[in-house]
Design a protein around this ligand. Structure first.
Ligand SMILES: [Zn+2]
Length: 297
């Protein structure tokens, strides 16, 4: 008796600053199993954790592994240049995965993985140049064109470092006035403290209070969102993307804050949408990317 072949699936891995997610993803982008645990930030601990998770998770249908990394990744080569709080720069993760499982692996920036999942969820609506801006602790980004990552020279999509004001706060990149210093979650926390509001105040609270007529909250949201509006206008002026998807932990709130702002000149009408997939976008995109291997040059 012949057995039917298993449908091909991939293991998607989303490495975050605090947690690591591992999931099984099929070719439709559906997620069928998931493990989440705190990430080990030190090099040897991370290597051991990744080996254990992948080795334990693998089943016969899995044909490849995709890994999204927070930070700067040379996606066309699968090289990790830097990874924020994680000490994993330069680690050869495809070799590690191959040694543990025999499977090929693909490494990308985590925002690129999330964008691939969002594009898949929108089917034909993102066949052209599409950007993602992620609003969380910092501001990240990614670009795809024709459904594939667009790398530029290697690390395109660092949209948090678009300068929107020369006289701005110092940025991690060594310059001043990057949009990340004005419109990230960290910047929102600073605006809340400067306004004398309770430190537990959330973006959602501010949106509700602004809707109820509290002008101090409307003003604060405008100060948070306007620099990102400028940055997205710059992206639109330079590249005329089909769509800009705003995601990350504060993506939905940021889109609502952007929608409250007065519209500006029609040259730069912004095709902005909130991300749809939430926290699983990274693992879903990583699985889809793995299923679309070939390996990098
Ligand atoms: Zn910067």
């Amino acid at each position: 008796m012949r057995t039917r072949p298993l449908p091909e699936t991939a293991i998607g891995i989303d490495v975050g600053g605090t947690r690591i997610r591992v999931a099984r993803i099929d070719a439709s982008g559906d997620l069928t199993a998931r493990v989440i645990e705190p990430v080990q930030p030190d090099r040897s601990g991370f290597v051991a954790q990744l080996s254990r998770l992948v080795g334990g998770f693998r089943t016969d249908g899995d044909v490849a592994v995709g890994i999204g990394i927070p930070g700067r990744v040379l996606g066309h080569r699968g090289e990790i240049v830097s990874a924020g709080y994680l000490d994993i720069a330069g680690l050869d993760l495809p070799a590690l995965i191959a040694a543990e499982t025999g499977l090929p692996a693909r490494i990308e920036n985590d925002a690129t993985m999330a964008l691939l999942a969002e594009a898949n969820a929108r089917r034909g609506d993102t066949s052209g140049l599409t950007f993602m801006v992620t609003v969380g602790t910092g501001i990240g980004g990614a670009a795809i064109d024709g459904g594939a990552p667009w790398y530029g020279g290697g690390i395109s999509g660092q949209f948090g470092h678009i300068v929107v004001a020369e006289a701005g706060p110092s940025c991690n990149c060594g310059r001043t006035g990057c949009v990340e210093t004005f419109s990230s979650g960290t910047a929102l926390g600073r605006l809340i403290a400067e306004a004398g509001l309770d430190a537990q105040t959330k973006a959602e609270d501010l949106l509700v209070r602004a809707e109820n007529g509290e002008t101090a909250c409307s003003d604060l949201l405008a100060r948070w969102a306007r620099p990102l509006q400028r940055a997205i206008e710059t992206l639109v002026a330079v590249a005329d993307p089909q769509l800009v998807i705003v995601g990350g932990g504060l993506g939905g709130e940021m889109v609502r804050a952007l929608e409250r702002l007065p519209k500006r000149g029609r040259w730069f009408a912004m095709p902005v949408e909130a991300a749809r997939l939430g926290d699983d976008a990274g693992v879903i995109g990583a699985g889809l990317r793995a299923l679309a291997l070939p390996a990098p040059e």
